[in-house]
Design a protein around this ligand. Structure first.
Ligand code: BMA
Length: 925
């Protein structure tokens, strides 16, 4: 792998001045003296992958290997390699060792001499090693200390306890992860195993020069209010040789325009940064960057080229986008107790954030390829997501990740890496955090996809809610403020003042600040964002959900796909209550919770059902439960974007469910499992995040049906008392469409919304026993706001109009415009476990190959079938829809394989079932 973002040019300008870059990636020796192990290992990488590649250990994700292999993380590992230094390189004024990521606690030796210590995985380490290297053969060794051992020693010597001390026993994890600046979930989480890695996880190289070289260039793209153009606030940080001032020319150029500036600069090792603000006038005609669903993701390169007086040249490219982001926190009404709005305007437009939460895609970062990231992020975009939260217990993600989010238009709510814990605040810890946050902000701030920074995951909430049973609140409160406010906030203000920094997520936003950074109720529905979990409630119904301003987390567990488990389970493990199935559940009582949730709506497999059928069916039911629960909650949030309750709740403008991806094969909150297969929830996101949503729900004794068109509010929203709220009229958007620069760049949402705000919703009542609707209501609608009720009628009166005599017999199906438009939804009248569902049998009647990877599958059913579920066995790919209600005798579903596959292989692998066949299988017992 090339250094992630450093584009270094080796230019020979004279007989004696040159820049040399020597890659130290590749093969190293990875050893553990105490265990007598010495194997080869790749860098970037960790000791686990080195041991796997050398067949020293089996797949760490296999069965309970995470526990059996726990010893690996408790040992101290050493990375060693030889490297050659040419005499020319050795003679350079500076020979820097640059390590973009060391995981985590190590002493670095060069030719046997300790030259540097490391203790933070999120820092780039740079050291001038000229005094230690020699022409010819050299050795470099990183002698690691076990991360678990280091964390324990830190905790033991700290003057007081900083909880939580250890993870819950059900997680089979390690203790005191809050004492080490390392991926917090690598000591285990409630959805993931413990693999406390050691290694060199990012590129490492030598860089030699005589003058000065670009270390890192930063760009903050800010709107210029005078000419309504833009300003590029640039900083260029240099590595400067220590001996003398260096002069040179720095050129900064905005690609695709005529904007280029060259500045003469003088650098010393003490004064190694230059700052230039470059104006991009309106006349430059740059196009804006839009989130997914709103327009194109136009990106521009900014090139920084430094030519030193001695002829040495280095350069760096930063790819930027022109967009504004504003977090609007205005009073929702004249009554101060009704709180503040919390929504984002992108390029001036209020945008409802639709998305999910991201966790590390693998315990071993080196296994995450760009293809894997693309698969996951494309899945997000394909299901209409425009936002995602990079959760604070993982890592600051890779350049590949943010390249993709920039290109795909996914706005990133970027947590800092602190999660569900209190943290120590002794000076060395604060110092390393300062270095970490400064480096990461500089590394990422030019990215148009980064929406905001947030200090932690849930730490404000944890402190206020006393999750860890502390008795001295003031002590930990002071620590909290010291870390997120006194230490981190000034860094944000200095480095990236144009981007929002929230001290925690969730928080009450401005109200959190007002209340001294730990709000009385960080879960308030009237301020900021919330995380909402309640595994006891009926999550298929809307009436008990909160009505927050923004839901940045909510979700429920389901098992990963059965086929995915085959990678790590033996046949004997494929049982509902097997020890291995238990082992995989890291959320205390998780399986029982899922059972209880399912039983509210559906029937569980009888205990006599043979395995693995019972397990297979249970997995299917958990996925139905997860899909239906998250669907209900997401639709609820979308419906509330245009509402304001009498108590001030409403104007919900974000729904990021927990969680998109998985780190291993297990029951978790993820919608895409570790293999990349979609769970039913991901298929449901296709509909519940659709730009146009028809959303029926039970509102007391009524069926209430909303149409939601969430892009651009058409007129200011008024509440029942005529209070005008803050959303802008669509005319602003029309102005943009009239601008010649932007017309091509944005989706013509006025036309699109114009189409969608006028439409017809058809509502049909069916008896489960008949493909013909009992009755049909046709409702033309014209929306004034983005989310409106277009139909409301008592269930009883609808039933009598339709001639349905019992709720158990009937359900309601609804669609927008015509049934083939794909915008549809349904709602049952009696719990499905009590309904008179018919014995449907769904079959594959025909498969047609459309291309090397694309297939059409014709399905038929003998009766209306809920939750029709297709699988393609071991063939990886995606269906066009899945888990759906089949209301007609036939339908067609597409399958796209990720690799070429021949017709017979796919045909043989395909299976289909529905709830009724699952029930049928039980009756056969
Ligand atoms: C929230 C998250 C995660 C956790 C999830 C499910 O607390 O921030 O820490 O995995 O809920 O419990």
């Amino acid at each position: 792998m090339a250094p992630a973002f450093v584009l270094l040019l080796v230019v020979f300008s004279s007989m004696c001045s040159a820049i040399y870059v020597q890659n130290l990636n590749g093969q190293w020796i990875v050893s553990c003296a105490r265990k007598g192990i010495s194997v080869t290992g790749q860098v970037p990488g960790s000791m686990y992958t080195a041991l796997i590649e050398n067949k020293h250990i089996k797949d760490p994700l296999y069965r309970d290997n995470d526990v059996k292999l726990a010893w690996i993380g408790h040992e101290n590992w050493t990375y060693t390699r030889y490297f050659q230094v040419s005499s020319a390189m050795a003679q350079s004024q500076s020979v820097l060792l640059v390590a973009e990521g060391i995981d985590t606690v190590s002493t670095v030796f060069i030719n046997g001499r300790a030259v540097m210590g490391t203790d933070n995985m999120f820092i780039k380490y740079t050291l001038d090693v000229k005094p230690f290297v020699k022409p010819g053969n050299n050795t470099i060794q990183l002698s690691f200390q076990s991360a678990t051992d280091f964390a324990k020693k830190q905790a033991d010597t700290y003057p007081y306890t900083v909880p939580p001390t250890c993870t819950l026993p059900v997680q089979h994890g390690e203790c005191h992860v809050n004492f080490i600046r390392k991926e917090q979930c690598s000591f285990s989480w409630d959805w993931g195993p413990s693999f406390p890695t050691q290694g060199i996880w990012k590129p490492i190289y030598l860089k030699a020069f005589d003058s000065a070289v670009i270390d890192m260039a930063t760009v903050e793209v800010a709107p210029d209010s005078i000419d309504q153009g833009w300003e590029l606030r640039t900083k260029t940080f240099f590595n400067v040789n220590s001996r003398s001032p260096v002069t040179g020319q720095l050129q900064i150029k905005l690609d695709g325009t005529s904007i280029a500036e060259t500045h003469s600069v003088t650098l010393t090792s003490a004064s190694n940064m230059t700052a230039f603000n470059i104006s991009v006038p309106k006349s430059a005609g740059v196009k804006q960057w839009w989130p997914n669903g709103y327009g194109k993701q136009t990106l521009y390169n900014v090139y920084f080229v430094f030519t030193a007086a001695n002829g040495e040249v280095t350069s760096q490219r930063r790819r930027i986008g022109f967009r504004t982001i504003e977090l609007v926190q205005d009073p929702v009404s004249a009554l101060p107790q009704q709180g503040l709005t919390f929504y984002f305007k992108v390029n001036g437009f209020p945008i409802f954030m639709k998305g999910s939460n991201w966790i590390p895609a693998d315990s071993f970062q080196e296994r995450i390829t760009k293809d894997r990231l693309r698969l996951l992020l494309q899945s997000a975009v394909d299901t209409h997501m425009n936002a995602m939260r990079v959760w604070g217990g993982g890592v600051f993600e890779s350049e590949d990740f943010y390249d993709l989010t920039d290109e795909l238009g996914i706005l990133i709510w970027q947590d800092l890496m602190f999660s569900v814990a209190l943290y120590s605040t002794h000076q060395p810890f604060l110092d390393t955090v300062t270095e970490e946050v400064t480096y990461q902000v500089r590394r990422l701030m030019h990215r148009p996809s980064i929406l905001l920074w947030a200090g932690s995951n849930e730490n404000e909430k944890a402190l206020r809610g006393n999750w860890f049973g502390i008795s001295n609140y003031t002590l930990y409160y002071d620590d909290y403020v010291k870390l997120y406010v006194s230490t981190i906030m000034p860094i944000m203000q200095a480095e990236n003042p144009n981007r929002v920094y929230l001290t925690s997520s969730p928080s009450d936003g401005k109200e959190t600040v007002k209340e001294g950074y730990v709000a009385k109720d960080p879960g308030s529905q009237l301020y900021g964002d919330i995380h909402f979990y309640d595994y006891g409630m009926d999550q298929w119904k809307a009436d008990r959900f909160r009505i927050p301003r923004f839901a940045s987390e909510y979700g429920i567990e389901a098992w990963c796909n059965y086929e995915t488990l085959k990678d790590v389970f033996e046949d004997s493990d494929m049982s509902y209550c097997s020890p291995q199935a238990d082992h995989r559940q890291h959320h205390t009582g998780g399986d029982t919770e899922m059972e209880m949730e399912i039983m509210k709506h559906l029937t569980l497999p009888p205990s006599g059902t043979p395995e693995p059928l019972r397990f297979k069916n249970f997995i299917y039911l958990t996925q139905i439960n997860q899909a239906m629960s998250v669907k209900s909650q997401t639709e609820h949030y979308r419906r509330h974007q245009g509402s304001l309750q009498d108590d001030g709740r409403g104007l919900t403008m974000g729904a990021l469910y927990w969680q998109l991806n998985d780190i291993w094969q297990a029951p978790t909150w993820a919608s895409i499992d570790y293999s990349g297969r979609w769970k039913m929830l991901q298929y449901y996101a296709l509909d519940f995040f659709n730009p146009v949503l028809v959303s029926p729900f039970l509102d007391g004794f009524d069926i209430n049906i909303f149409v939601v068109v969430d892009q651009i509010p058409t007129v200011p929203v008024r509440d029942p008392h005529g209070r005008q709220l803050t959303f802008e009229p669509m005319s602003q958007f029309k102005d943009i469409l009239n601008s010649s620069v932007e017309r091509e760049n944005v989706l013509d949402l006025t036309a699109k919304v114009g189409h969608d705000v006028n439409g017809v919703v058809t509502i049909e009542m069916y008896n489960w026993n008949n493909f013909q609707a009992l009755h049909r209501w046709t409702v033309p609608y014209k929306l004034n706001t983005t989310a409106e009720s277009i139909f409301k009628q008592g269930v009883g009166s609808m039933m009598s109009e339709a001639g349905c005599s019992s709720k158990k017999d009937c359900f309601i199906y609804t669609y927008v415009n015509d049934p083939t438009a794909g915008i549809n939804n349904w709602i049952y009248l009696a719990e499905l476990k009590d309904s008179n569902l018919q014995k449907a049998q769904v079959t594959i009647v025909n498969v047609h190959q459309d291309s090397d990877r694309d297939f059409s599958i014709d399905l038929a059913t003998t009766a209306i079938a809920p939750f029709v579920w297709l699988e393609a066995g071991s063939i990886m790919g995606r269906f066009s829809t899945n888990g759906f209600l089949m209301v007609k005798p036939t339908t067609m579903v597409k399958f796209t394989a990720w690799k070429d596959v021949d017709f017979h292989t796919l045909h043989n692998a395909l299976t289909v079932g529905s709830l009724m066949e699952v029930y049928g299988a039980w009756e056969l017992q």
